[in-house]
Design a binder for this molecule. Structure first.
Ligand SMILES: *Cc1c(COP(=O)(O)O)cnc(C)c1O
Length: 398
């Protein structure tokens, strides 16, 4: 897929109007897209209860939209709990605390908010729950390294499969309730191979634990990792989830399934609108400097290892060698290198797509350039039907 799409100049009008009204740089957040993504994922995984991983895009409009659909939330810090608290919803949303390493204060903040499901992957973490054993249920995170993604989430966290039994025995002796297992198969996975492997192994563990000590595990948390289309093509979510559905058929029937999608729900919902603030000719190459870059909304190019599709406006036939760079004084602040662009003028707009996940969330204030402003559109929509459909799913997590 071509990284740069060149569109007729007249197609820029909507973006120009938006910048006229709100300034630049902007991130345009379309809440309807969040709903679309949620519905598509719900259709692809019909028996799974979703907990949005707030870290992907911690924004009130995203929280409100997903809460109105009946989604739960995956929280990992007290800051994320504060964000949830500040977004007024009549009901406290359902939450799971998924950080395998927590301070006592993190645990207490989460309990105070009403979260009772926590994740651990080692003995020391388990022992932190002795004092709260009557109030919590624990999931054990198991590590399933994924060599096929640049974002492997099983190196830093997760116990080995053969450690699960030990942790369960220890928990039983401490009077702490282990509810089930959890894994993260890696983010932006090209295929669901590692999800399928992890599910199969978890089924084996669940059966072995029952055979060993009669302990019934009732929850399997299949994490995140559902991919979206950036500049490299990926499977559709239906193609991706179909092998997962097949693997899940082998689960004992009493198991409740949950997942923690982050990227899939938020990435397609945001576009970056940036303005060319200056240009230079260096050798044969035109350099265009935008008011947003890899220290800002494009930070995912560094931290998240993705490149975003871009749109510029002008005459497709008159392209020349070009670079699109960010505003800071650092030379790694380059958004797109060795590309071809029509001539751009100072004040022209460049649009980045699929920019809702791990973009704003990891943006910095380096050089004290302000972060792009998020403008949310389609915030209050009628979602009654969606809520009913989703709330009919049974849940063990309150
Ligand atoms: C980041 C994270 C997620 C979300 O992952 P995506 O690949 O964005 O879906 C889910 N669970 C945990 C524990 C995470 O750390």
């Amino acid at each position: 897929m071509n990284r740069i799409q060149v569109e007729q100049a007249n197609k820029a009008q909507f973006y120009k109007d938006t910048v006229q009204q709100h300034g630049s740089p902007l991130l345009l957040l379309d809440c309807n897209k969040i709903i679309d993504q949620f519905n598509v994922l719900s259709d692809a995984l019909p028996n799974v209860d979703f907990f949005y991983a707030i870290k992907a895009l911690p924004h009130p409009a995203v929280i409100k939209t997903l809460a109105s659909l009946g989604a739960g939330f995956d929280i990992a810090s007290s800051g994320e709990i504060d964000l949830l608290s500040s977004v007024t919803t009549a009901e406290r949303p359902r939450t799971i605390h998924t950080h395998p390493i927590k301070r006592n204060s993190d645990i207490r903040d989460a309990l105070r908010f009403g979260c009772t499901t926590f994740i651990i992957d080692n003995i020391w973490e388990l022992e932190k729950f002795i004092a709260y054993r009557h109030r919590v249920g624990i999931l054990i995170r198991v590590s399933f390294p994924n060599p096929n993604t640049k974002i492997d989430l099983s190196r830093k966290f997760g116990c080995r499969e053969d450690e699960v039994g030990l942790l369960i025995h220890k928990a039983q002796s401490l009077g702490i309730h282990i509810k089930g297992l959890s894994f993260h198969a890696g983010s932006q996975c090209p295929t669901s191979q590692n999800h399928v492997l992890a599910i199969n192994r978890c089924i084996a563990i669940i059966n072995a634990v029952y055979a060993d000590c009669g302990k019934i595990l009732s929850i399997l948390d299949i994490g995140g990792g559902f991919p979206v289309q950036y500049t490299e093509s990926v499977q559709t979510i239906e193609e991706f989830c179909s092998p997962i559905r097949d693997a899940l058929k082998n689960l004992p029937p009493h198991i409740q399934l949950i997942a923690e999608p982050g990227r899939f729900l938020s990435a397609p919902a945001m576009e970056a609108i940036s303005t060319v603030m200056g240009k230079a000719k260096r050798g044969n190459t035109m350099w265009y400097y935008l008011d947003d870059g890899v220290y800002g909304s494009y930070s995912g190019q560094i931290f998240d290892h993705v490149t975003y599709p871009l749109t510029t406006f002008g005459d497709k036939k008159k392209t020349a060698h070009a670079v699109i760079a960010g505003p800071t004084c650092d030379s790694i602040d380059v958004i797109a290198d060795e590309i071809k662009l029509p001539p751009l003028s100072i004040g022209d707009l460049v649009i980045g797509h699929q920019m809702g996940a791990y973009t704003y969330a990891t943006a910095t204030h380096f050089n004290l350039f302000s972060k792009a402003k998020i403008i949310a559109i389609n915030e209050s929509v009628n979602t009654t039907n969606n809520i009913l459909a989703f709330k009919n799913r049974k849940s063990l997590i309150s």
